[in-house]
Design a binder for this molecule. Structure first.
Ligand code: BTN
Length: 327
C-alpha cells in the first residue's frame, strides 16, 4: 500500500495533469483505486489539484524530496562523508527512525528525511509540528568512537551552521536563541533536537534532528502555539527543499566530523554575531522546573549560557528554555 502511494506521488508533477486512467495504466491500478489513493494522499497533506475531466497534478511549487536531487548537489567532501540517505513518505519521527536503523546498521553520517512525521519530536518532550510535503524534517546520525568533550555544544554548532546554510538562500537577519533555535525577528524558523546514546568514556551515537519551516501551510500554523516564520516568507521566494537539504549536509557533515577535535571554540565569534539574547532580560526555565530571572551575559566555550541574576550573582546553565522578558 505504502509503495503504491509512493509510486503514485512520484507519478504526479505540477507541470501537467494526468487522468485517473493514465495513472492507472502507469501503476497497474483501476481508476477507482487511483481515486482512493489520491484521496488518502490529500488527507496526508499532499497538495493535489483535481479537475474533473483533466485529472490530477501536484499544486504549483510543490517539489518532492528526491534522493538524486539532493546527492547531485553535494560537494565532494560531503559525498565522501555521507553514509546513506533514506527518504520516507511518512514516519513517526525521523530521529526515532534513525535511532532504530542505527541500532541494527550503524553507519556514520546516515541521513533520514520524511515528507510527513506523525509524531515529530521537539526539545524537552514537546511535539514538533510541520507541514507535510512543504517543510524540511531531516535527521543525521553520527557515530563517534569516543564521547566528545562538550557534546551539548554540538546543538549550538548545528544551529550556527544551519544559519550559514540558510544565508546561502538569501535569508538575512537570522539569529540564534540559546541553545539552538534559529529565529527571524524573534519568530522561530528552525529547531534542532539532539538524541544521544552511548556509554561515558566509550563510543557515542548522536542523532541530530533538524526541523525547518520552509513554506508552512496556514492550517498547520494554528496549532504551533508559538510565533513562527517560514523561509519562503523571509526570502520572498519558493526555495527547493532538496537544495536546502543538500546545502545543509554540505556544511554540517564536515563540521560534525571535525567537532571532536575542534570543540566549540572556533564558533564563539560566530555565536556572538547572531546571539539573539545579547544583554536581554530573560527568564530561564531550568531543567529541574525552577524559573530564574536575569540578564543574558553570553555563553562560554562549553556552550553554557551565563546569566547575571537580578540580585547580582552570575549563574551558568547547560540546559533549559529561555523566555525573553520585556523590561
Ligand atoms: C525544537 O524543539 O526546536 C527541536 C525541533 C526538532 C524537529 C526535528 S524534525 C526532524 C527531527 N525529527 C523529529 O522528530 N524531530 C526533529
Amino acid at each position: 500500500m505504502e509503495d503504491t502511494r509512493h509510486r503514485l506521488v512520484r507519478s504526479l508533477t505540477p507541470a501537467k495533469f494526468r487522468t485517473g486512467t493514465q495513472l492507472g495504466a502507469i501503476l497497474g491500478l483501476s481508476r477507482a483505486a487511483i481515486h482512493k489513493h489520491v484521496q488518502a494522499l490529500v488527507e496526508r497533506g499532499l497538495p493535489i489539484h483535481r479537475v474533473p475531466g483533466r485529472g490530477y497534478r501536484l499544486a504549483d511549487g510543490v517539489v518532492l524530496l528526491d534522493e538524486r536531487a539532493i546527492t547531485s548537489r553535494l560537494s565532494p567532501r560531503a559525498r565522501a562523508l555521507l553514509g546513506g540517505i533514506k527518504i520516507l513518505e511518512e514516519v513517526d519521527s525521523t530521529n526515532a527512525e534513525l535511532l532504530r536503523t542505527m541500532e541494527s546498521h550503524p553507519m556514520n553520517c546516515r541521513v533520514c528525511l520524511a515528507e510527513k512525521q506523525t509524531a515529530g519530536r521537539g526539545r524537552r518532550g514537546r511535539r514538533w509540528l510541520a507541514s507535510p510535503y512543504r517543510d524540511l524534517m531531516m535527521s543525521i546520525g553520527i557515530e563517534y568512537p569516543q564521547w566528545p568533550e562538550r557534546l551539548p555544544s554540538l546543538g549550538l554548532v548545528t544551529g550556527l551552521t544551519m544559519i550559514k546554510a540558510l544565508e546561502c538562500f538569501g535569508a538575512q537577519g537570522l539569529m540564534l536563541k540559546w541553545p539552538n533555535d534559529v529565529l527571524h525577528e524573534f519568530k522561530k524558523l528552525c529547531g534542532v533536537l539532539l538524541d544521544v546514546t552511548g556509554e561515558a568514556h566509550g563510543p557515542c551515537r548522536v542523532i541530530v534532528g533538524i526541523g525547518l519551516n520552509v513554506s508552512m501551510s496556514s492550517n498547520q500554523s494554528w496549532s504551533i502555539g508559538q510565533d513562527w516564520v517560514d523561509l519562503a516568507t523571509i526570502t520572498g521566494q519558493a526555495v527547493n527543499r532538496n537544495a536546502i537539504a543538500a546545502q545543509a549536509l554540505n556544511l554540517l557533515l564536515p563540521v560534525f566530523q571535525s567537532f571532536p577535535s575542534d570543540g566549540f571554540d572556533p564558533y564563539l565569534s560566530d555565536w556572538r554575531r547572531v546571539d539573539a539574547l545579547k544583554s536581554r532580560a530573560v527568564t530561564i526555565h531550568a531543567a529541574d522546573g525552577t524559573m530564574i530571572d536575569g540578564t543574558a551575559a553570553g555563553i562560554d566555550e562549553s556552550g553554557r549560557l551565563w546569566v547575571t541574576r537580578d540580585h547580582g550573582a552570575v549563574t551558568a546553565f547547560s540546559q533549559g528554555d529561555v523566555t525573553v522578558r520585556v523590561r
